[in-house]
Design a protein around this ligand. Structure first.
Ligand code: CMP
Length: 472
C-alpha cells in the first residue's frame, strides 16, 4: 500500500470515529432520557457500538503491528506472512466484538442466535465455498512452507515461471520474468505440481552448445569451464561442470552445469554464459557445430578471422616502445603476434599467474585492477595502443594485477620468443620498457601496501631484463 493510500485510510478511520462519537453524544442526550419515548430509548447504543468497534479495530491493529512487525521479525528474522496476520486480525476483532456486543446489548443472546441458525450456516458455507477452500489451502501452504517470498517457482501445468511476491489468504502472487503479476489461487497451488528454486539454495542451470567432432573434448572442457566460472552471478562455491551430453549426428553436444548466486537472474546469466562460450571457443580455435554437412566442409576456413598483418604492424608502430623498430622488424613482430577477442567483463590476466607474453590493446578498453580487503580496485584504464603484461614477461615474476576487459576488446599477444628476437636487434628497447615497468611498479606501490617490497630501480630492472633474455 502506498503512503497516500495509508494516509487516506487513517483519515477515513478518524473521521468515522469522530462522527460515531458525536452521534453517540447527541443520541444519548435525546434518547437516553427517561421522559423520551421508550421506543427510542436504546437508540444511542447503535453509535456507541460503532464507536467501541472503531476502538477495537484500532487496538487490534496496534496488537498486530506489535506481534508481527516487532516480535515475529525479531524472533524469526523475516516478515510475517500476510495470511497469518489477516487471520489474527479477523479472529481478534470477532472475539472483541462479541465481548462488547454482549455488554452493550446484554439482553440479546448471540450464542443462541448463531447456534440455532443452521440455515444461516448453510447459506454462508455455500456462498463462501471457493473462498473457504482458498483460505484453508492457504493455511496448509503456510504450515507446510513449501516455498517462501523471493523463491522462483514454476507451476508445471501451465509452465508459469516467476518469483513469489506474496502469499495471501486467497492466492499466491507471482511476478513473472516479463514483470507481469499472476495470481494463482491457493487451492490450485495446493493441487498442482510446483517446482521451487529456493532463494537461499544454490540452484543450478544447464546451458547447451555443440562443437564439431575434430575438436578435442579435453581442451573444450578446460576452455569452457574457465570462461564460465568467473562470469557474474555464477557461484564460485561450486566449479561449473562441462560434460558431453551426447554424440550427435553432426556434432558433439555439450552441457554446462553451473550454480547461481541469485537464481532469479538466471535468464541474464544463461545469456552471459553463452556469450562467454562464444568468445572462448573463438579465441581457442574451437568450432561451433552446425546441423549440416556443409558446415563440416567449411572447416577449411580459418576458425578465427585473423586480423590482417598490415593492420597489426600499423598498430604496433603506434605503440611508443616499438617506435624505434624498422618497418621490416615491425612486420616480423606482427607475424609473431596472435589476436584474441574478449567479452566485456572477461579477465585477460590474473594476478599471481605466471606470464610468458605481453599484450597490446588493438580495439577496446581494459582495466588494471588490484584486489585488497575492500575488493577489486582499478589502478589504470588502458585503451587502444597501450600495452600490458610486460612486467611478468620481462622480469619473470608472477603477474602483478588483474586485467579485465571493460568492453569487447581485441588484444595482440606477443610471446617471449618474439620479444627476445627484437631485443637482440634493438637493445635500446629494453631500456624504454624498464622505464615503463618502473613507473607502473611505483603506481602499484602507491595503491597497495603489499606491492611496496617489489619496487625496483630502473637500472636494476634493466639488468634483470637483460639477464632474463640472455642479452649482454
Ligand atoms: P603483469 O604484471 O605482467 O600483469 C599485470 C599487468 O598490469 C602488468 O604486467 C602491467 O602491464 C599492468 N599494470 C600494472 N600496474 C599498472 C599501472 N599502474 N598502470 C598501467 N598498467 C599497469
Amino acid at each position: 500500500m502506498t503512503s497516500t493510500e495509508h494516509r487516506s485510510k487513517i483519515a477515513i478511520y478518524f473521521s468515522a470515529t469522530v462522527v460515531a462519537g458525536l452521534a453517540t453524544f447527541v443520541f444519548y442526550k435525546f434518547f437516553a432520557n427517561p421522559i423520551a419515548d421508550h421506543y427510542f430509548e436504546g437508540l444511542w447504543r447503535i453509535p456507541w457500538l460503532i464507536l467501541l468497534s472503531a476502538f477495537i479495530y484500532f487496538t487490534v491493529r496496534v496488537l498486530n503491528a506489535l506481534l508481527f512487525d516487532f516480535l515475529f521479525r525479531l524472533r524469526r528474522g523475516y516478515e510475517a506472512p500476510t495470511l497469518i496476520r489477516n487471520i489474527f486480525t479477523l479472529l481478534a476483532f470477532t472475539l472483541f466484538f462479541v465481548l462488547i456486543f454482549n455488554r452493550v446489548y446484554h439482553e440479546v443472546n448471540l450464542g443462541a442466535l448463531f447456534t440455532t441458525s443452521a440455515i444461516f450456516g448453510v447459506i454462508i458455507g455455500l456462498a463462501l465455498q471457493d473462498t473457504l477452500g482458498n483460505f484453508f489451502a492457504g493455511i496448509s501452504l503456510h504450515a507446510d512452507r513449501p516455498f517462501q517470498v523471493g523463491d522462483v517457482v514454476v507451476v508445471t501445468s501451465n509452465k508459469l515461471t516467476g518469483v513469489v511476491e506474496s502469499i495471501t489468504w486467497r492466492a499466491i502472487k507471482i511476478r513473472t520474468f516479463q514483470n507481469h503479476i499472476v495470481l494463482v489461487s491457493n487451492s490450485l497451488a495446493a493441487r498442482e505440481a510446483i517446482e521451487v528454486s529456493p532463494r537461499d539454495n544454490l540452484n543450478a542451470r544447464l546451458v547447451f552448445f555443440s562443437t564439431i567432432y575434430t575438436d578435442s573434448p579435453a581442451k573444450t572442457i578446460h576452455i569452457v569451464r574457465e570462461a564460465v566460472r568467473d562470469a557474474a552471478n555464477v557461484s564460485d562455491k561450486i566449479t561449473p561442470i562441462v560434460r558431453i551430453r551426447q554424440l550427435g549426428d553432426s556434432s558433439i553436444d555439450w552441457e554446462i552445469k553451473y550454480w547461481l548466486d541469485d537464481y532469479a537472474k538466471y535468464n541474464d546469466t544463461d545469456a552471459l554464459v553463452r556469450q562467454r562460450v562464444w568468445y572462448a571457443l573463438r579465441r581457442s580455435g574451437l568450432t561451433f557445430a552446425f546441423p549440416t554437412r556443409t558446415v563440416y566442409l567449411e572447416r577449411a576456413v580459418p576458425s578465427r578471422p585473423v586480423t590482417p598483418e598490415d593492420q597489426i604492424s600499423d598498430r604496433l608502430s603506434a605503440v611508443d616502445i616499438f617506435s624505434p623498430l624498422s618497418p621490416d622488424e615491425l612486420r616480423q613482430l606482427a607475424k609473431a603476434t596472435a589476436g584474441h577477442v574478449f567479452a566485456p567483463g572477461e579477465t585477460l590476466i590474473r594476478a599471481g599467474d605466471e606470464g610468458s607474453s605481453m599484450f597490446v590493446v588493438h580495439n577496446g578498453r581494459v582495466a588494471v585492477q588490484i584486489s585488497d580487503r575492500s575488493g577489486p580496485r582499478t589502478v589504470a584504464e588502458l585503451t587502444e595502443g597501450s600495452f600490458f603484461g610486460e612486467m611478468a614477461l620481462f622480469t619473470g615474476e608472477p603477474r602483478t594485477a588483474n586485467v579485465v576487459a571493460l568492453e569487447e576488446t581485441e588484444v595482440l599477444e606477443i610471446g617471449h620468443t618474439a620479444m627476445k628476437h627484437i631485443f637482440h636487434t634493438n637493445p635500446s628497447l629494453a631500456e624504454s620498457i624498464s622505464w615503463t615497468i618502473a613507473e607502473r611498479q611505483a603506481a602499484l606501490a602507491q595503491n597497495s601496501a603489499s606491492a611496496q617490497a617489489s619496487i625496483q630501480e630502473t637500472a636494476g630492472l634493466l639488468s634483470s631484463i637483460k639477464r632474463f633474455f640472455g642479452l649482454r
